[in-house]
Design a protein around this ligand. Structure first.
Ligand code: BJW
Ligand code: ZN
Length: 269
């Protein structure tokens, strides 16, 4: 299939799909300036040790270090704005059945106007008490450059416990309601857009396989191949901000820029 026909074929599939599910990862927010985790040069895990920052053990060992790191992450997200891909998803969901499951802890989909977003790995701004689990009010977020290396977390107004970020660390279970909803959505969709995830973290990475077993067409949007690429029906080697508006009939036609780089299963990009 020639590239232009290939892109049209994918767009045709998307146009005809009765129920679309989008599974997003860090690449969805990359063009908003939020760093990914596993990017070789600017990924968070290239600069920081996940074991020392994103595990319950890290929190128990040094809550001030972990809290300061997440405060810095909050500052980065607060400064970021949704891009054309976030907006295209929000617009499309107003016109047709399209659901959104994300591994991201930022609020860029919501700020673009999406509602009912399922957050598998929690939410950066949904702080809660580490002891009694009650939610904690908003905290003051400094500019990214003004966040200290260590900062004692706020205390819970009810029990005095430490307040932790509302995210899911390695070794913690996903929020049950969110994961149940995601599984139901994956089993019920007829097309899944897998956008900007390396597909290495379980159990989220199992969702496309669940959808595929239930008969869905899998379309990947990612400039690089990843763990899920061999299972895809189509892989668009484009960025989220390029591909989503073009695929969903949004603000820009990627064909006009000559950008689409298509890869089909078994064919090098
Ligand atoms: C672009 C782009 C552009 C770039 N456009 N694309 C061995 C085997 C299997 C599983 C395990 C195992 N050992 C341990 C486990 C379990 C573990 C796991 O999966 N580990 C693997 C890493 C090995 N999983 C867990 O621990 C999970 N919990 C669990 O399993 O619980 C079981 C349990 C049950 C009952 C009781 C107790 C426990 C929890 C996982 C939590 C993950 N948490 C994090 C941090 C969240 C908080 C925070 O933000 O700090 O979630 S880790 C990090 O990875 C984050 C992400 O959501 C997640 C996924 O990353 P993602 O989104 O794929 O990002 P990247 O960076 O990997 O990829 C970015 C992609 O974007 C790349 O492909 C780029 O090419 C692309 N891209 N620019 C489009 N413009
Ligand atoms: Zn408490």
């Amino acid at each position: 299939m020639a590239p232009a026909e290939g892109f049209e074929a994918i767009r045709g599939r998307v146009a005809k799909a009765a129920r679309i599910l989008v599974l997003g990862g860090a690449g969805m927010s990359a063009e908003s300036g939020v760093p990914t985790f596993r990017g070789a040069r600017d990924g968070l895990w290239a600069r920081f040790d996940p074991g020392a920052l994103a595990t319950p053990e890290a929190w128990a060992a040094d809550p001030a270090l972990v809290w300061a790191w997440y405060l810095w992450r909050m500052a980065l997200v607060r400064r970021a704005c949704p891009h054309a891909g976030h907006r295209a998803l929000a617009e499309a969901a107003r016109l047709r059945p399209l659901e959104l499951v994300t591994q991201n802890v930022d609020d860029l989909h919501e700020r673009a106007g999406s509602t009912g977003v399922v957050h598998l790995h929690g939410e950066l701004f949904a702080h809660r008490c580490a002891d009694c689990a009650r939610p904690h009010a908003e905290v003051a977020i400094p500019a990214p450059g003004a966040v200290p290396q260590r900062l004692e977390p706020p205390r819970c107004a009810h029990c005095g416990g430490r307040v932790r970020p509302g995210v899911v660390w390695f070794g913690e279970p996903l929020p049950e309601a969110a994961f149940d909803a995601a599984r139901r959505m994956a089993a019920a969709c007829d097309l899944m857009l897998v956008v900007g995830t390396s597909g290495l973290v379980q159990p989220a990475a199992g969702l496309p396989l669940l959808a595929r077993r239930a008969g869905a067409c899998l379309v990947e949007v990612n400039p690089e191949p990843g763990g899920l690429s061999p299972h895809m029906d189509f892989s668009l080697r484009m960025t989220a901000a390029e591909a989503l508006p073009a695929l969903l009939g949004g603000t820009r036609d990627a064909r006009a820029s000559g950008r689409p780089r298509l890869a089909f299963p078994g064919v090098a990009p």
